[in-house]
Design a protein around this ligand. Structure first.
Ligand SMILES: Cc1ncc(COP(=O)(O)O)c(C=O)c1O
Length: 379
């Protein structure tokens, strides 16, 4: 565990608390969850399940009704030939954790973009395996370049993690890039872990699931969840899909760790998948407005460069000042009273960046980005 770093976001959260306790108003751009309530019909389904006494263990892989709804979703929306027997219902982060624990051996290598989501690297380290970062900064518009990735492959490479749309950069992989990565995986017999949790939060482009490409089913573990699309972070509900051969080990980890996902959350999950799409569409169109506002305001700040995010609800600006991203986050908190996440939390190529979550109100974005502009003008 000594090799596992504490999350860089914790320090910022502690400082925010300290400022707030002094009565100082802090605007937070550091939150990784939609600021919308869970849609009412989903809440109702959860409450109904509780009232009906649906409060006991469920089958370890999830209730058949939900697994069936997920299989249909994967077939219809993602073009993945999925059967309900190939699905495990579990919180999304746990799906990633179990997949790596079950399928990656000590000393094996796992390739991931740098920058990428804060937990991939620590999970790989917890499995006593070796994280292998691939530079994916502005040079490649924050996308994982298949040629750069191929250079990192050795005979110990076991897995490649793809996260599109990406946290923290909002980049979305192009079809040719996914195809090229799939070809590498097939040729070198490497697994792909595809984290598609932001798939519906996407602007002007579309996402591709690696498991939908020919011959890929036996190579891909697709991970997805309800947290972001349906604003259900606290319900702790997600799932993974893989070929039965890969599923067996993961299933053992599930039964010996959390047993099953929360019973009434699973009923709510069925309502999410089968219910109206309007709440999701409304949320995404609101995120689009905020993304455009965030981009416009960031582009007005001297010393800031920004690649437009195609998905998720994050902007990842690069700054041209000679201080580390941890110090920058501290400075912005103290000087502008705005909390951002330091870019280095996401990997070494995240240095000289900070992450802004635009899952907050237009007023907060207006005020917070103006304060950032004023604070940076003093540097
Ligand atoms: C890229 C990515 N994957 C997985 C997760 C985990 O999602 P959950 O909270 O649903 O477990 C997150 C959450 O922030 C994320 O950003």
């Amino acid at each position: 565990m000594e090799a596992v770093q504490e999350s860089g976001t914790v320090k910022v959260a502690d400082r925010v608390k300290a400022l707030k306790s002094k009565g100082i108003d802090v605007i937070s751009f550091s939150i990784g969850e939609p600021d919308f309530p869970t849609p009412a019909h989903i809440v109702e389904a959860g409450v109904d399940a509780l009232r009906a006494g649906f409060t006991k263990y469920t089958p370890s892989s999830g209730i058949p009704e939900l697994r069936q709804a997920i299989a249909e979703k994967l077939n219809n929306e993602n073009g993945i030939e999925a059967d309900q027997s190939e699905i495990i219902v579990t919180p999304t982060k746990h799906a990633i954790f179990m997949t790596i624990m079950a399928l990656v051996d000590r000393g094996e290598e796992v390739i991931m973009a740098d920058p990428s989501w804060v937990s991939y690297e620590p999970i790989v380290r917890i499995a006593d395996a070796v994280p292998v970062p691939v530079r994916a900064d502005e040079e490649t518009a924050f996308r994982l370049n298949p040629e750069h990735l191929a250079e990192k492959i050795t005979n110990r490479t076991r897995m490649i993690i793809i996260n599109s749309p990406n946290n923290p950069t909002g980049s979305v992989a192009r079809k040719q890039e996914i195809e090229a990565i799939c070809d590498i995986a097939k040729e070198r017999d490497i697994l792909l872990l595809s984290d598609e949790i932001y798939e519906h939060i996407i602007y002007d482009t579309r996402n591709y699931s690696p498991a939908s490409f020919p011959g890929m089913k036996g190579h891909v573990i697709t991970v997805n969840g309800f947290s972001k699309t349906y604003s259900m972070t606290g319900w702790r509900l997600g799932y993974l899909h893989a070929d039965r051969g890969l599923l067996e080990g993961i299933q053992k980890v599930q039964t010996h760790s959390i047993t099953c996902a929360t019973s009434f959350s699973q009923k709510a999950g069925v309502a999410a998948l089968k219910g109206p799409r309007e709440p999701v569409q409304r949320m995404v169109s609101e995120f689009r407005k905020r993304r455009d506002l965030t981009l416009k305001k960031l582009r007005e700040i001297p010393g800031i460069d920004i690649v437009a995010p195609d998905g998720a609800f994050y902007a990842f600006p690069r700054y041209d000042f000679d201080i580390s991203s941890e110090k920058m986050a501290e400075y912005l908190l103290d000087e502008a009273h705005v909390a951002v996440t330091p870019g280095s939390s996401f990997g070494s190529f995240g240095e000289k960046h900070f992450r802004i979550s635009f899952a907050t109100s237009v007023e907060n974005l207006e005020t917070g980005l103006d304060s950032i502009k004023d604070a940076l003008a003093k540097l």
